[in-house]
Design a binder for this molecule. Structure first.
Ligand SMILES: C[S@@+](CC[C@H](N)C(=O)[O-])C[C@H]1O[C@@H](n2cnc3c(N)ncnc32)[C@H](O)[C@@H]1O
Length: 255
């Protein structure tokens, strides 16, 4: 009798956990997009971001991006657009020692942190950094082989213009690889980011509603498709996963 009761309780708990996980993995009702800040220039926010960027979650994201880029056997010049504090760029420099790696960001404070990180972690060569906005890139037409961008698109004020600008600087047959949140993430991820924003992250980030604010200012896959439809990219692949997307776009013609 006691054994049966214990069994019922265990089955009840398992059932409850399964139900809970099913509910969390359901698609979420779509919120309106709420744009958050563009350049992350406040030193306290940069410090807070640094704390988050050192977590396994970020390491996992950056590893995924490097592995996606590896599929394209990159050579030549790789630009990390919105390079932030330089975690991804250091990985890129280690993985692709024969490529020229350039970090671009419109925040001087982020670039300062990124330069320090690169100097400390990559001794064998110098990584270049340039201050610049996605909407006005500091490069000539048809001069870059790969543009990679991680968790930055949702900050850009005019994404169509920025993508067209990326198109301008890419060489013919060059690739753009974007990783970003998608606003219509699964419920589970929304809950996780809400929890992080309210409880876990440093105060400077809580004050600007991050990282939840980034999710809410990101685009759904359909919105991203629509944005790309207004650019010259004609080969676009959007892979939507739990809470994020990989976008691969190729430039097929010279401008
Ligand atoms: C959330 S951080 C991501 C940093 C880094 N890519 C990573 O994955 O760790 C977003 C970065 O994009 C930069 N950013 C935002 N808008 C930008 C723009 N229009 N042009 C260039 N950089 C921008 C911010 O300053 C910030 O450093």
């Amino acid at each position: 009798m006691v054994i049966m009761m214990i069994l019922y309780i265990i089955l009840g708990v398992i059932g409850f956990i399964i139900l809970f996980l099913i509910i969390l993995s359901l698609p979420r009702k779509e919120n309106e997009r709420i744009h958050n800040i563009e350049a992350i220039d406040n030193p306290d926010v940069v410090k807070g971001f640094e704390t988050m960027a050192k977590t396994p979650a970020f390491a996992w994201i950056h590893k995924k991006i490097v592995s996606k880029l590896t599929e394209f056997l990159p050579e030549g010049i790789i630009v990390d657009l919105g390079c932030g504090s330089g975690n991804l760029i250091v990985r890129l420099a280690k993985k692709f020692p024969n490529s020229e790696i350039i970090g671009v960001d419109n925040s001087s404070e982020m670039l300062k942190t990124a330069k320090e990180r690169a100097e400390k972690k990559i001794k064998s060569r110098k990584i270049k950094f340039k201050k610049g906005s996605a909407n006005k890139l500091p490069f000539n037409d048809n001069s870059i082989d790969f543009v990679v961008s991680s968790l930055s698109l949702h900050h850009w004020i005019n994404p169509t213009e920025a993508l067209q600008e990326i198109y301008r600087v890419l060489k013919k047959h060059g690739y753009l690889i974007i990783f970003d949140f998608r606003r219509n993430s699964r419920k589970f991820f929304y809950g996780l980011l809400k929890f992080a924003t309210t409880i876990v992250v440093p105060k400077a980030l809580k004050d600007i509603n991050e990282p939840l604010g980034s999710l809410l200012s990101s685009y759904t896959e359909n919105e991203m498709r629509e944005i790309f439809n207004h650019t010259s990219f004609d080969k676009i692949d959007i892979e939507a996963l739990m809470a994020w997307v990989f976008i691969i776009a190729k430039k097929n013609k010279d401008i």
